[in-house]
Design a protein around this ligand. Sequence first.
Ligand code: PLP
Length: 440
Amino acid sequence: MTPLVGTGDLSQRDALVGGDVSVPVGGEHRRYVDLDAAATTSATAGVVRAVQEFLPWYSSVHRGAGAKSQVTSARYEQARESLLRFVGADPTTHLALFPKNTTEGLNLIAYRLGLTRDDVVLTTAIEHHANLLPWRRHAQVRIVDVDRSGTYDVDAVVAALDQRPTPRVLAVSGASNVTGWLPDLAGIAAAARDRGVLVVVDGAQLVPHRPVDVAALGIDVLVWSGHKMFAPFGAGGLVADRRLLADGEPFLVGGGAVKAVSDDEVVWADTPDRDDAGTPNVVGVVALAAAAEELLAAGERNRVHEDLLVQALDDELGTVPGLRRLGPTSGDRLPVAAFVIDGMPHAEVAHRLAREHGIGVRSGCFCAHPYLSRLFGLTAGEVQQFHDDARADRTDRLPGAVRVSCSSATPLADVATLGEALRALTAGATRPVVTAGQGR
Ligand SMILES: Cc1ncc(COP(=O)(O)O)c(C=O)c1O
């Protein structure tokens, strides 16, 4: 495809690689409008530069005596320091690991906490499956429910914390990937800590958008993905209280995680090596650290632009006939919005935005089925029908919504383009044939 140069206003951040790619729309090419940042983000030019500069030095970590191995090992360890600095963690109390993404990080920590079926993990109804299923595998899960607006408050968390048995862990999302809603993390974390409950935060959506201060918030474990913060090279971050990982068998076992192995005994390495079995993704880690340094340098600056994006989304979506937003539409939010349009299946809206307007969005349930069921107000019978349809692969019948999501690099003009496109769609402009029911 022929790239169009200079059509985007990517002045908010170092321009994204591919930010000016064009796609075929009708008989012409148009700049691709990427409104799917909550799913994943392209790399910044700075992240790619960091990777390119590192690649000639790429070698094995910790196991080679050669000069390249020394450089690679040093970069790997520096990246741990970058991540700790990025999230305000004290290196004497916390350490950084590099799971491949949030999902792996949460599975790792759910395993490493040594939970039993007698333990309760308190979580909420807004969670992504990645912050539900690992806990369900190891413990009983208690859920803080949402009200009609799709949110919950600190009092609801306190009430659930005070139920017996007292939870061992509170596992919460820092921001919803569906609605962009931001729970009062400071209040929630303080309530948990007052009761001696460990605080694990799924930072997949929060970390790319807002500075997070682990020490100030009293967070024991924070997990996030590099690919959602401009470092799509396969590494994520896990920052945890060192004491939680000091003992016990690691989640992944193998080379690098041990000091000694005989036929019938293993002497595990000290943390963090214990949780670093196998050859690590150093290139991904270099990219992640570069993205962290860029976001740290941007500080609150991105916030101004993101707040404008939130306002623009509210304004544009508010003028589309028959469009109904899901979740809160006021208060502090990320530039993320989920909606349905009367009489138009969610997948059809997403497909038509792509084909007729060159706009990339997501449709479906966004890996947050319990939250979507609540936002739609599904009855128990309807949820059962949803599961029956899913089992039978009746994807055309599955419930879902459309989600548009921006990053700090999204030009404001892209939100205006979305508004125009949605108005054209609802005004009954040309309708191509579309297969309904994509997205999980
Ligand atoms: C809130 C939240 N948690 C967890 C995840 C899982 O992230 P990953 O797929 O990178 O593991 C996502 C991904 O969309 C998310 O939005």
